[in-house]
Design a protein around this ligand. Sequence first.
Ligand SMILES: [Zn+2]
Length: 403
Amino acid sequence: MSKLDRIAEELRAVVRDLDPATHMPRDAARLASVAAEIERLGAAAKLLLARRAVDGNGWRGTTDAIVPEQWFSRISGCTETEAGRALKMTEQLADLPATEKRLRDGGLSLTQAAICAEGASADPGAEQSLLRIAEKGEMRHLRATKERVVTAATDEEEGRRRARKSRSFNTWTEGFSTHGSFQGPTEEVAVLLAALKPIGAEVLTNARKAREFETHDAYRFDALVELGRRAMHLDSRGDTSKKTPQTVTRLRVSLTRLLDHDDPAPGEELCEIPGVGPVPVAHAREVLPHGLLELVITDGVDVQSVVSTTRHIPKALKIALEERDQRCRVEGCDRTHLEGHHIIDFADEQLTTDQRIGGVCDLHHDLITYRGFTIRVNPDGSWTLLRPQEADDEPDERQPDAA
Ligand SMILES: [Zn+2]
């Protein structure tokens, strides 16, 4: 048992028995700072040990993770993007002894350390001033300074290459609200903003004429939606013009929910746009008559019943599979950006069953397609990923019996 194991055991007991009411408020404040320091020291230890575990491949097999970022996100309870950033920092720290020392002293949070490491890696001369700002706890100042340091130290061509490489567009849903963020080369974002500008002005003018005075941000959002409507040839009530719309929205709704105007029990029946989130059922009733929907009725969908014997996956089966596999089919994987996968070569079997087709994430798709990994279908229908040598040991089990 290492010293770290013993401290963790002692700390677990202390936290389990902790009764905040027995401390004077002033003491509670002091102890909260002590706990924050323990948090920073724990993060520092985790980071230093993770570097060793990743360099020496010690992380493999400790969880079902298939890349270091996934492993680090599992043990930390953070996203894979955050994990990737933390692991990158472990590499940068090797050349930044002053930052590493502050981290080991419990003087930096992981976030602060990542910012200092990024700035100091771009310009080692800035390391001390970044650490001084971090010490004062001024996060906004720290971020802004790092940004200036990195920009000044980056070659323009390299900066453009990175901007291009970092392209991303994400949405996530909380309640009935969907949030979004994107990043990409400024000149390309400018195209989008230029397209929005006249529509935004129009939306704002109309609002002011109607004596509505919401924020400019709110109207910029309306302009973005209007841009989408125009691209789909919709009017503001969802009606199509004579042209055919380019995009069809899929709506997942239970039949009883759609037909019944009474409110169902919370969480019992749903109405949502898959991959985006819940929408009011009124929206479904509103857009339904316009034929812009692939409607998936959730009560009564039976994937088995739409199975075909041809190689071509008929649209109904494709939709049903996408409905069933909302996460990667591989056991223990919860990634949601999926690609279709056929387990066996259809030329051999001439049979399609819903057990043999499913969605796997991009990571698993690559392992299966390019690196010799295979899938074993378990009796309960779940999929297990087999490494190339494991598959050789059990060639028969990965193919279910022809039914
Ligand atoms: Zn996966």
